[in-house]
Design a protein around this ligand. Structure first.
Ligand SMILES: [Zn+2]
Length: 368
């Protein structure tokens, strides 16, 4: 009888759907989202007055002006990213407004995508990771670290518009879901919508000059369906159209893409907060892999070692353990290499990789 009571007790404990956070945080799930190469200038000031009036940079001057121009910079940024500025800023934090003493930067000197994503996901710069080529990343990243922790196995997934993520995250070493570019989603269980997208995803033309970047709407749909079906505890979504349009010096399309991503993020967050499984137990982090140049000579479209201002980036965070400090001003400089350790800390773990990693971003977390 005693044994039966013990078994019943263990069953009841085991049945609670609240996994214990080892550090006592409320966060049980994290969604990390990146918007490739979105400048901190647009995030904090909306449409740039120089670029939006330059006919070499905007095909539809009139339409883009009426859609995105407001005299006041606060109105402009709210027009461009209404969810970021009406919800995340109110309840969370937005960092990276250099003009107000909040600096976020890359530590890698390359200032382009693969080294930026390596820094974000592994927590350090690696000088051997210095090209965008499809080479398997030798470094342990935060997704695979969490996938190895109790309660997280196969509750980690990544969806990206750029197909190089299969190499950045390393799909040879990792068997959690990584779906990217023109590749269909190969999971054994799929939603009807995912099955439908799989029938044509390899045949679509790309939005950019290069190959391997699919339209962000498909990354959003694949990931959102996955979220609803599989309830991951760490989900990474990497969007990319913004970078493509910036390289093409298509400022109107770049602004449209940013606004669209803001609406995707809103849909994800509203769904999260409508679900008992996720509500008030989920932290959302949004950032980018690099900045871009200033307006002069079209440099706003560029980034890389010869565009030093591309080292400045930004981030936004909202969740149950994050103080509502809004737009951060006059703060210590933070770096992209600190995000990985911050993610695992919020999930109750101390991040370790094959090299020393960036420190936890203290400001993102309420004192306990
Ligand atoms: Zn990039």
């Amino acid at each position: 009888m005693k044994n039966l009571i013990v078994i019943l007790f263990l069953l009841i404990i085991g049945c609670t759907d609240d996994p214990e956070n080892q550090k006592g945080f409320h966060t049980e799930n994290i969604i990390l989202i990146t918007m490739d190469g979105v400048r901190w200038e647009e995030v904090f000031f909306g449409a740039d007055p120089n670029i939006i009036t330059d006919s070499a940079m905007v095909k539809d001057l009139e339409g883009t002006h009426s859609e995105f121009w407001k005299e006041d910079a606060n109105d402009r940024r709210q027009t461009l990213m209404p969810f970021l500025w009406k919800t995340i800023e109110k309840k969370g934090q937005v960092v990276g407004n250099k003009t107000k003493g909040s600096v976020m930067q890359l530590i890698n000197p390359y200032l382009f995508s693969y080294p930026g994503y390596n820094e974000l996901l592994t927590g350090f710069n690696d000088d051997s990771v210095n090209s965008n080529a499809k080479e398997l990343n030798p470094n342990m990243n935060v997704l695979e670290f969490m996938n190895q922790q109790s309660g997280f196995e196969n509750h980690v997934a990544a969806f990206s518009s750029w197909d190089v993520f299969d190499w950045i995250i390393n799909n040879e070493r990792n068997d959690f879901t990584i779906n990217s570019g023109g590749f269909p989603l190969m999971d054994s269980i799929l939603t009807p919508r995912q099955k439908w997208m799989n029938t044509f995803i390899s045949d679509l033309p790309y939005p950019g000059y290069g190959t391997g970047v699919r339209w962000d709407v498909f990354t959003f749909e694949y990931a959102f369906e996955y979220l609803k079906l599989n309830k991951p505890r760490l989900l990474y979504i990497a969007f990319d159209e913004t970078d493509e349009y910036a390289h093409q010096r298509e400022y109107g399309k770049y602004l449209n893409a940013i606004q669209k991503l803001d609406s995707y993020i809103k849909q994800i967050w509203q769904w999260i907060q409508s679900q008992k499984h996720y509500r008030n137990k989920t932290t959302l982090i949004i950032t980018t892999d690099h900045g871009r140049g200033k307006y002069i000579d079209g440099r706003w479209g560029s980034h890389g070692e010869d565009v030093p201002e591309a080292k400045y980036v930004w981030a936004a965070i909202i969740g149950p353990d994050t103080p509502s400090l809004g737009e951060i001003t006059n703060a210590d400089t933070i770096s992209t290499n600190q995000i990985a350790a911050t993610i695992t800390h919020l999930l109750g773990y101390n991040y370790k990789s094959n090299q020393p990693v960036g420190k936890i971003i203290i400001k993102f977390i309420k004192p306990q």
